[in-house]
Write a protein that binds this ligand. Structure first.
Ligand SMILES: CC(C)(COP(=O)(O)OP(=O)(O)OC[C@H]1O[C@@H](n2cnc3c(N)ncnc32)[C@H](O)[C@@H]1OP(=O)(O)O)[C@@H](O)C(=O)NCCC(=O)NCCS
Length: 178
């Protein structure tokens, strides 16, 4: 039996803001946001974000949004899985939950940023590209010295796609995997 059984995935609500704040705090190397920022993620960006809940406790969160000037691109902002829920495919399942939503029907590309040394994050997004039978490319974007006052590692821009129309076979492949 998968440990993922019994974990509920759903779009966040405003009421999830505080739990999200605490989860992000417990998931280094993620940057802390203000509580206000988490409230906006849980409301304005709810259609492209997800909460994972086990026994009423938030154990996972992904924030994302559609790029304002490129509505075929879903930008993934942060991915957080509580320590006790890691290693069972929860992050992958949460990401696929967002992509499968009708609100994401126009999504042809996924973008995110990853620091060079975040191996779990690279594995997560490479796995997603593979599940969607598409390519992953990356390029330099946010630079430690130029944009981050030398206070944070450089962030590489990762782009996955094109994601083609979801066929019946992809759907069943996705259901097998997630
Ligand atoms: C990154 C994170 C979200 C992964 O969550 P998860 O639910 O354990 O991830 P999954 O089980 O879906 O695993 C996805 C892939 O990453 C791999 N992976 C997970 N943890 C890993 C680690 N520490 N090192 C290397 N690979 C790892 C898995 O093996 C899997 O690859 P596979 O499909 O080839 O088997 C979680 O470790 C986390 O919250 N880390 C702290 C915050 C962070 O770094 N977030 C990512 C920044 S966007």
């Amino acid at each position: 039996m998968s440990n993922l059984e019994g974990i509920l995935l759903r779009p966040p609500l405003l009421e999830d803001g505080s739990a999200t704040f605490r989860l992000i705090d417990s998931c280094p190397p993620l940057d802390m946001n203000s509580r206000y920022c988490n409230l906006l993620q849980c409301s304005h960006f709810a259609d492209t974000s997800v909460v994972a809940e086990a026994n009423g406790e938030q154990v996972g969160f992904i924030s994302g949004y559609m790029l304002p000037n490129r509505l075929d691109t879903l930008f993934i902002w942060q991915v957080a899985v509580a320590k006790q829920a890691r290693g069972d495919g929860l992050a992958s399942r949460m990401l696929m939950d967002i992509i499968r939503r009708t609100q994401c029907e126009s999504v042809r590309f996924i973008e995110t940023t990853i620091t060079e040394d975040n191996h779990a994050s690279w594995a997560l997004f490479r796995g997603i590209a593979q599940s969607l039978s598409t390519q992953l490319h990356y390029s330099r974007w946010i630079d430690r010295q130029k944009h981050l006052d030398n206070q944070h590692e450089s962030e590489l821009l990762v782009r996955i796609g094109p994601i083609t129309q979801i066929t019946e076979s992809t759907k069943s492949k996705r259901n097998e995997n997630f």
